[in-house]
Design a protein around this ligand. Structure first.
Ligand code: ATP
Ligand code: MG
Length: 578
């Protein structure tokens, strides 16, 4: 490819709506163009990267025994009714009607469709286990599309689904996919950590996410991990052992009574006013889950993890109640307390869920829905809660102890590039997707599903590999392997050598670009760094001494070598990734 012909326009500035490095650089280097919120054009450079990632995924999935197919992007409502997800999926599901008023949706994922295919074809245990996958665009009307390709509304995904006859078969396929994923991300030049996770809207029991670890904002997940053992979990799923805390307030409160606590609206203000540690305060938080209020109780030095609470209720959407809503709820219960003085006592017709930390609390302090007072020396029985459910709602903090080995946990951020789920019979049962077992009985498939964000993986690679000048693509997923830059296109010798290198490389299967533009060398080098060619061969004045400059983008290393050496270095490197 000649640079003068390459379909690319590099920009001087980063786009103003880009918050993270991958979005900034992919836009500025001419890889993507936004069409509308969360929807991007993948321009030729981007498409080359995406196809390379797809091919790596394809090769490893095929090697792992999975078979590729392609399902339609538009799906009929009926199958979603069968699975129960037409109601359950929420606003992320983009729904539409055709000219006959038939309801459809744009595929956010394909469990329903693949299960309907399986039940038509996989009728005998002899055909199982089977794993089917596709690589395709998905659409999700994300609440907050952001970060460019990292969280788009339309994005490319590889989704695979396995069908088996037993948990053992599922365990085996899960492990098989785990190994395939490890190879895929390694080949893409990405280091990933497999972490335990919540199963979310897709459902199921066991699941792991493959995270690219980063310290930047682009990592939307907090990952808790242990250096001493293999424990690693997404914050929405992580658990820990707590260090001992003061939970018995006997020495602070000899009796149970109501005390004045004027203007103590926050936990800090209350603990300061009463001169007590916050571990002695029972915090009550009001959430709205799918339009219904729920009170969560937790020891006040700890934080509620919203996904855990949402899953306890089995809800879809969660948010903290506004002060207006709290006022309303108070009124319904015959109180007029404002946030800071709220508690479970006397609250009717509202679900109350307590975190496990509450179990150990004695003689604590709690709001009783009266302004400017708290009940001190209280115990849970004093609150007269009708139906109290204890569960784990707590957000883990770094330094708490590993649930496996007891050493302090650490925290980092991660970008989820793929995940694997054990679905069990979540779809096969409601959709009556069964096979005949050896004993002639109809049984539902035991299923698994396995996703990889192709476009997100490309963006994650930029997050992991860049510097202030631009992208440093890993060779295996770079749009082109090398750029050859003659410093002066008017210099005949330089052009001759550059063209020879270019042609030799092409003849050896290397994807090369010749920068034939009549531009200043500074401009060409800047573009080369921004676009992120893994290698640059510069043909300049030193060619009179028989040397070219060979630059490795990842390391920044520059060496003066003979043109033939430069050529064979690139050919060797490219061979190594094939
Ligand atoms: P997230 O928690 O980040 O929303 P998810 O749990 O919804 O991800 P899945 O439904 O399992 O993800 O989708 C499989 C893969 O598709 C994810 O691991 C991720 O790499 C990718 N993916 C999911 N949502 C998006 C999106 N909005 N934009 C780009 N890639 C996405
Ligand atoms: Mg999601």
């Amino acid at each position: 490819m000649k640079m003068s012909k390459l379909f690319v326009q590099t920009l001087r500035e980063f786009p103003s709506d880009a918050e993270v490095v991958s979005h900034k650089m992919l836009a500025r280097a001419g890889y993507i163009r936004k069409l509308t919120s969360g929807v991007y054009n993948y321009l030729p450079l981007m498409w080359r990267v995406l196809k390379k990632i797809e091919n790596i995924v394809r090769e490893e999935m095929d090697k792992a025994g999975a078979q590729e197919l392609l399902m339609p992007f538009v799906q009929p409502k009926e199958l979603w009714i069968e699975s129960g997800r037409w109601e359950a999926y929420g606003k992320e599901l983009m729904r539409l009607k055709d000219r006959h008023n038939r309801e459809m949706c744009l595929g956010p994922t394909h469990e329903e469709i693949i299960t309907s295919i399986a039940r038509d074809v996989l009728k005998s245990y002899k055909q199982l286990p089977t794993n089917l996958y596709q690589i395709q665009s998905k659409f999700r009307d994300e609440v907050r599309p952001r970060f460019g390709l990292l969280r788009g509304r339309e994005f490319i995904m590889k989704d695979a689904y396995s069908f088996g006859t037993s948990q053992e078969e599922l365990d085996k396929e899960y492990q098989n996919m785990w190994e395939a994923y490890t190879k895929i991300f390694k080949r893409c030049g990405l280091e990933t950590k497999a972490v335990q996770s919540d199963s979310g809207a897709i459902g199921g029991n066991v699941s792991h996410e493959f995270m690219v670890i980063t310290t930047t904002d682009a990592g939307e997940n907090d990952v808790f991990y242990c250096d001493d053992c293999d424990y690693a979990a997404n914050s929405n799923h992580a658990i820990s052992n707590l260090l001992p805390a003061i939970t018995d307030g006997k020495e602070y409160f000899k009796e149970t009574k109501v005390v004045d606590t004027p203007n103590t609206h926050t936990i800090e203000e209350l603990s300061k006013f009463l001169n007590i540690p916050s571990t002695l305060i029972l915090k009550a938080l009001v959430y709205i889950i799918d339009k219904k209020p729920v009170i969560a109780l937790i020891r006040a030095d700890k934080t509620v993890e919203e996904t855990k609470l949402l899953n306890t209720i089995g809800g879809l959407e969660i948010r903290i109640a506004t002060s207006g809503e709290i006022e309303e709820i108070m009124k319904e219960n015959g109180f007029d307390a404002i946030p800071g003085f709220i508690g479970p006592k006397g609250m009717k017709n509202i679900e109350i869920i307590a975190d496990n930390t509450v179990k150990d609390m004695k003689n604590f302090v709690v709001g009783i829905n009266q302004n400017d007072v708290h009940l001190v020396g209280a115990n849970i029985e004093d609150l007269g809660i009708e139906k109290l459910q204890y569960t784990d709602l707590r957000l883990v903090e770094a330094g708490e102890l590993c649930p496996q080995c007891g050493k302090p946990l650490k925290v980092t951020r991660g970008i989820e590039v793929g995940n694997i789920f054990q679905l069990g019979t979540k779809y096969s049962k409601p959709m009556n997707a069964v096979y005949l077992d050896a004993d002639g009985k109809a049984k539902p498939y035991i299923m698994g599903c396995y996703g990889i964000g192709i476009s997100r993986t490309a963006a994650a690679a930029v997050e992991a590999h860049h510097d202030e000048w631009g992208i440093k693509w890993p060779l295996a997923i770079a749009p082109y392997h090398v750029i050859i830059v003659p410093v002066s296109t008017k210099d005949e010798t330089q052009m001759k050598v550059a063209t020879k290198i270019y042609e030799d490389l092409l003849a050896n299967g290397v994807e090369a670009v010749l920068d034939d533009r009549d531009e200043r060398p500074g401009v060409k080098f800047k573009d080369a760094d921004l676009i992120g060619f893994p290698y640059r061969i510069t043909v300049g004045k030193t060619i009179t001494e028989g040397n070219v400059e060979f630059v490795t983008r990842q390391t920044g290393e520059k060496v003066a070598i003979k043109p033939e050496e430069a050529t064979s270095k690139v050919i060797e490197a490219v061979k190594a990734i094939k």
